[in-house]
Write a protein that binds this ligand. Structure first.
Ligand SMILES: [Zn+2]
Length: 337
């Protein structure tokens, strides 16, 4: 089969070549990949994050396709099912798993990082990681469930977002941001999107848009009539940290699941306790939440900026950082299925 593969980390070392098709064990399924989301974590996997295995390695944490073959003991899936892969590898036996927090498994890892990923014609995965999706779900949305969609959903659940609360989303037109806007609306919040892209309001339903980063705090103050936000979602990291923290109101929550612009931030302890602010770290989602996201998937939309062929996986990863990027990047694979 074809796969984007590297033997040594470094974007220049990623090449598409013929490799052996994965084999499956009794509890595994073989999936013919239809599409793969292109995410910053894939870029980091190829570039420099430690602990990658196996080598040579196929990246790709976000994958959807059709079941080609099932192992002898697989009972819930069959050939021809359209599926997505829950991309946390977990043991199912530790205290975190038993409490339903698979992503916090004491032996957790990410599919595509500690196993081969979806930038290939085929991928194998354990039955417990593979979920059926609606037959007529758009592949664009399906290819966006495993990371782009489940992550902000879990984050807003962790932040206990409530009906009629003000939610400020930094990077609202980014991959996870556009999904966070839609979940914020579904949860009944008043969504303030921080973004230069007006489509996040016109097409995705944000109630307010703030396009000038330098005026975020002042504009949130105007919109909320001085109360500031109940929940702020900021996964951009250091560059926007101060502004995002200043947007949180009394008893508010700041939730984050990323630090793309840098992970080290300053914190003024007084401003944290005086307003009784809660800082919340959020990581992926549980399988239960992934199931909930799949159940809502037909009501969700995704803005795709560019589709690349598997052969152009390197260019697709580079395009993540294009200034003109305006929506998601996907790999279109096996588009005959
Ligand atoms: Zn576990």
């Amino acid at each position: 089969m074809r796969a984007a593969v590297f033997e040594k980390q470094g974007l220049d070392n990623l090449n598409v070549k013929d490799v052996q098709q994965p084999t499956i064990a009794d509890y595994d399924v073989l999936i013919k990949v239809r599409a793969a989301g292109v995410n910053p974590i894939d870029y980091l996997t190829v570039s420099n994050i430690p602990g990658i295995k196996p080598l040579p390695h196929i990246p790709g944490v976000e994958v959807t396709g059709v079941i080609e073959k099932v192992g002898n003991h697989v009972t819930t899936l069959k050939e021809g099912d359209k599926v997505v892969v829950y991309n946390v590898i977990f043991d199912g036996t530790c205290d975190m798993c038993l409490n339903g927090y698979e992503m916090l498994c004491r032996n957790a890892g990410i599919l595509g990082v500690i196993t081969n990923g979806g930038f290939a014609d085929y991928i194998s995965a354990s039955e417990k990681n593979v979920f059926k999706i609606p037959d007529n779900l758009q592949w664009d949305v399906a290819a966006s469930l495993a990371t782009t969609t489940k992550t902000p959903y879990h984050a807003l659940r962790e932040a206990s977002l409530k009906l009629n609360e003000f939610l400020v989303i930094f990077g609202a037109s980014g991959n996870t941001g556009m999904m966070a806007v839609q979940f914020g609306k579904k949860m009944g919040a008043k969504v303030i999107a921080v973004s230069k892209d007006n489509w996040i309001k016109t097409d995705f339903g944000a109630d307010y848009i703030i396009s000038d980063y330098d005026k975020v705090v002042e504009q949130v103050k105007d919109i909320t009539q001085g109360k500031m936000a109940d929940v702020v979602l900021n996964s951009l990291g250091a560059n926007t940290w101060e502004n995002s923290f200043s947007c949180v109101g009394a008893n508010g929550r700041l939730v984050t699941f990323g630090g793309l612009t840098g992970a080290d931030v300053k914190l003024n302890v007084q401003s944290l306790y005086r307003k009784q602010i809660k800082l919340i770290g959020s990581n992926g989602s549980t399988r239960k939440e992934f199931r909930e996201v799949i159940d809502m998937s037909k009501e969700l939309k995704v803005r795709v900026w560019k589709r690349f062929k598997l052969e152009d996986a390197k260019e697709a990863l580079q395009a993540l950082f294009a200034k003109e990027r305006d929506g998601r990047i996907l790999l279109d694979i096996n588009n005959d299925i």
